[in-house]
Design a protein around this ligand. Structure first.
Ligand code: SF4
Length: 72
């Protein structure tokens, strides 16, 4: 796990967020507001979307702060 990475797991997938890379463009929040809520703690609730929705959204993150891995 790299420096600044935080992991948010749900069924079969883990969302990884790197606070240092995030430019706070807010695209994740606009695309999946039920998952990404800066006012909540933790701010990512990965179980509020399907795996496909998460992956599609993560690919749109402009800074590369978001990534994912599938559970073994
Ligand atoms: S889309 Fe990526 S860069 Fe933008 S706020 Fe979300 S995690 Fe940060």
């Amino acid at each position: 796990m790299g420096k600044g990475n935080k992991e948010y797991s749900t069924d079969g997938i883990t969302v990884i967020w790197n606070a240092e890379k995030c430019i706070h463009a807010g695209i994740c929040v606009k695309t999946l507001p039920n998952v990404y809520d800066p006012k909540s703690k933790p701010w990512i609730s990965a179980d509020n979307a399907s795996k496909d929705e998460l992956v599609n959204q993560i690919k749109q993150c402009p800074s590369g702060a978001l990534s994912y891995k599938f559970d073994q």
